[in-house]
Each structure stands twice: as C-alpha cells, then as structure tokens.
Ligand binder design. Structure first.
Ligand code: SF4
Length: 93
C-alpha cells in the first residue's frame, strides 16, 4: 500500500475518532442498524444472528455457527470466512 494511501487512511481514522468523541457519530448494534434501515435483508440477517448469539462475541459465533439446519446458515455474517468443517472444529475447542 502506498504511503499516500496509508496517510489518507490514518487521517480518515483520526477524523472518525474526533467526530465520535465529539458525539457527532453514534455506534449502532446490528439490531439498531436493521431498525434504521428496514429494507435491507443483509442488516436483517445480521440482526437475527446478533440476537441469536445474545450479542456475545457475535462475529466469531456467527462465523463459526454450527447450527447447519438454520435457514440463515448459508448467509450468516462472515459465512465466506469459514467452512462447515472449520465450524465443527471451532465448536469442539
Ligand atoms: S445462522 Fe447461526 S447465528 Fe445465525 S440465526 Fe442461525 S443459528 Fe443463529
């Protein structure tokens, strides 16, 4: 990655942190994001998986979810990051 691009990313991150600290931005959980944009199927799925995991380490729990007969399993968040075998292995550890 070029130095110029890294500097732009750094500047953008600093601006975000500054605006967040000033209260200009708010961080929504997946349920609130879905409520704010009710037409989005992606956000609705994310919200359902978030609620299914009670919000606890939900990124990993949905990535490695082993409830294979759930209707959302194929489209759960981060589904492309883990195979069925990896999900089974993660649940055993
Ligand atoms: S895919 Fe997994 S985490 Fe998402 S709703 Fe179904 S069982 Fe819950």
């Amino acid at each position: 990655m070029s130095t110029e691009r890294i500097k732009k990313l750094h500047d953008g991150r600093q601006l975000y942190q500054k605006r967040f600290a000033a209260g200009e931005l708010i961080k929504l959980n997946p349920t609130d994001k879905a409520k704010a944009n009710p037409q989005s199927l992606r956000l609705a799925i994310n919200a359902k998986c978030y609620e299914c995991c009670n919000g606890i380490s939900w990124h990993n729990r949905t990535r490695y979810c082993n409830i294979f007969d759930c209707g959302l399993w194929q489209v759960r968040p981060h589904a492309k990051d883990a195979t069925k075998e990896e999900c089974q292995k993660w649940q055993e550890t």
